[in-house]
Design a binder for this molecule. Structure first.
Ligand SMILES: *Cc1c(COP(=O)(O)O)cnc(C)c1O
Length: 401
């Protein structure tokens, strides 16, 4: 513990206090396993908020990254590179979209979506200048920029950072009637997480997204899905929307798109939406740089080659089936899709934090989310014996609660 303490103290002394990290100092990772500086081994049931969907240090990601970094690192979009086109093509084919715009972090992709929606609203829909509205959902999580936190309904995320962006309309999640009622002729887009992640793995009713899609289509409003967490296999499909038979007009993906190694995000859309972003109006120095192209293409290929959507459905279905019987005195509800699983406890938020601590003592790393729930999200290719190891640890930890 002393070794860990020193690392934690140094971070605390020199770092900003904007995270309350759990007291584990990780040093090494491989697949679904990670080791701390004292040599303790853990199963990663967090996957860095789904940035590590393919497991840590996937050999194919490591190879793509090192080969590219030894060949060409960055050119900026002032020039073309031999890696960008194939990456964008693969991303469009994977998600069913017509065009893609590369950024780095998820928040940047969401900002891109907001800018594109506004410009599309003015140029294609004829919205009155500077009056465009974006409808979002209560308890959303879309990132941390000043623009994005203007959509947040969390006092913690927003408080002290005003003034906020105008033209934002939050409505309740999982309420298609509220969407229909909120739309005006100035509405450019409805931005939604198909399954709310940070809010506590909130799975909407089966017809919610399809109803939203119909409403948006009828009113000429863009349905934009934030699939930064739900996408790329996490919820059992390339896009969680596909699991609801919905093709959004635009989508943002990120997190595991960088193979767990580098930040890579994309805004993808129909051609008529994308084409409002003309030269000079938007961009990013690192967005779509050769490293991102090489790693992003490899990540999308791994998703396909390892059949990770199906594996997430199979392993997730099995986990939920094994966890459901625990619903009762301590556990209120087990819910989820694919390997995006929420275990909600009864009572105050303290219970889920305690369960997290007990699980850590048994070698499982995970974290509770905002509501009194545990997020279980191991890498999509977690082998069956590690799932069994988790279930043993879970039973033990629950008994201790
Ligand atoms: C993580 C996340 C983001 C923000 O991504 P960053 O890379 O942290 O900027 C946006 N939306 C959702 C749903 C996320 O889970």
């Amino acid at each position: 513990m002393d070794t860990a303490r020193a690392f934690i103290d140094t971070e605390r002394q020199w770092g900003a206090p904007n995270y309350a990290s759990l007291p584990v100092v990780l040093q090494r990772g491989r697949g679904a396993e990670v080791w701390d500086v004292e040599g303790n081994r853990y199963l990663d049931f967090m996957s860095a908020y789904s940035a590590a969907n393919f497991g840590h240090c996937h050999p194919r990601i490591v190879r793509a990254l090192t080969e590219q970094v030894n060949t060409l690192d960055i050119v900026s979009r002032a020039f073309h590179s031999d890696k960008l086109g194939a990456f964008l093509q693969k991303a469009c084919e994977t998600t069913g979209h017509q065009a893609a715009l590369p950024m780095n972090t998820g928040a940047e992709a969401v900002e891109t979506a907001m800018k594109a929606a506004r410009k599309w609203g003015y140029e294609r829909k004829g919205i009155t200048p500077d009056q465009a509205e974006i409808i979002c959902c209560a308890n959303n999580f879309h990132g941390r920029t000043t623009g994005i936190i203007s959509m947040s309904t969390s006092a913690q995320a927003r408080g002290g950072f005003g003034p906020y962006l105008p033209g934002i309309k939050p409505i309740p999640f999982n309420d298609a009637d509220a969407l229909a009622a909120a739309i005006t002729r100035n509405t450019a887009a409805f931005l939604v997480e198909p399954i709310q992640g940070e809010a506590g793995i909130i799975v909407p009713s089966a017809d919610y997204l399809a109803r939203c899609a119909r409403i948006c289509k009828a009113q000429n409003v863009l349905l934009i899905a934030d699939e930064i967490q739900t996408g790329l296999g996490r919820a059992g499909h390339a896009l969680a929307c596909h699991g609801y038979d919905v093709q959004p007009d635009a989508v943002v993906i990120g997190k595991s798109l960088g193979g767990g190694a580098i930040p890579v995000s994309l805004f993808l859309a129909r051609r008529d939406v994308m084409d409002v972003l003309t030269p000079g109006c938007h961009g990013s120095t690192f967005g779509g740089y050769p490293l991102a192209g090489a790693v992003g293409l490899e990540a999308l290929s791994i998703l396909e080659d390892e059949d990770l959507c199906q594996r997430a459905l199979d392993t997730g279905g099995y986990l939920i089936e094994r966890l459901r019987p625990y619903e009762g005195a301590k556990i209120k509800q087990v819910r989820g899709r694919g390997l995006m699983i929420g275990v909600e406890l009864h009572g105050a938020a303290k219970a889920s934090a305690q369960l997290v601590t007990h699980l850590r003592a048994r070698g499982i790393l995970c974290k509770n989310v905002d509501s009194n729930a545990l997020r279980l999200a191991p890498p999509l290719n977690i082998p069956p014996e590690l799932v069994e190891e988790f279930l043993h640890a879970f039973e033990y930890a629950l008994e201790r609660l």
